[in-house]
Design a protein around this ligand. Sequence first.
Ligand code: ADP
Ligand code: MG
Length: 237
Amino acid sequence: EQDVGEYQKSLAIRVSGFDVPRPIKTFEDSGFSLELMKAISKQAYEKPTPIQCQALPIVLSGRDIIGIAKTGSGKTAAFMLPVIVHIMDQPELQKEEGPIGVICAPTRELAHQIYLEAKKFAKSHGIRVAAVYGGMSKLDQFKELKAGCEIVVATPGRLIDMLKMKALTMLRATYLVLDEADRMFDLGFEPQIRSIVGQIRPDRQTLLFSATMPRKVEKLAREILTDPIRVTVGEVG
Ligand code: ADP
Ligand code: MG
C-alpha cells in the first residue's frame, strides 16, 4: 500500500476513486499478449509514461476513467492499448455490426493522428479501424463504415452525420473514449457528444481525457461516467 503511494508520488500522479488498481512499472506488468507486446516494441516504447502507468491497469480492469494530463504525456496509448484488449476479449463476434470502440476527438487533425496510432496496434490483430471526420467524401466514409470496423475514430459532427445516414449502428459499442474533452467543448461539440453518448448502451466503459477540467466538462463527466477513477498527472487539473 505504502509502496503504491510512493510510486505514484514518484510519477507525480494523483488519484481519486474507489479501489484503485496499482500502477504498473513496465508494459509486461499489464499482461498484454505477445502480439501486442511486439506491436509496442515496434514503437520503441521502452516503458509506460506516468499517465500510462496508472491509466492502463484502471482501464484494463474495465473501470471508467477521467485522465487529466498535458499534451504529449502519452494519453493515446493509454486508451488505444486497452481497446485492442477489450476487442480481442469479446466472445466470437455476434451477428451485430458496427464499432466496438468509439473514439471521439475535437479536430480532424487529432482524429487522424489517433487513427494512425490505432492502425499501428490494430493491424496485427485483424482489427479494422475507420476514420470519420470532415475533409473526406461522405460517400467514401459511408462505404468504409458499411464494409465494417471494430474501431471508429471520429470528430463528433461527422460521426453524427454518419449515424443519421445509417452508415453504422452503435449496437456493438461498449468502449467510448472522449479525447481532449475540453477542446471539444471549446469547439461547441457538447450537443453532439451528448447525442453520441445517448446512442451507446449505458453499461459501456467510458474514458474521458482532457488537459483541463472546466466546470462544464466536470458536469458531463459526472453524468456519463460510472464510478470513475480520476488520474491527474503533473501540475494540470
Ligand atoms: P497526448 O495525447 O497525451 O498529447 P500522445 O499520445 O500523442 O500524447 O503521445 C505523445 C508522443 O509520445 C507520441 O509521439 C507517442 O508516440 C509518444 N509515446 C507515447 N507513449 C510512449 C511511451 N510509453 N514511450 C515513449 N514514447 C511514447
Ligand atoms: Mg492526445
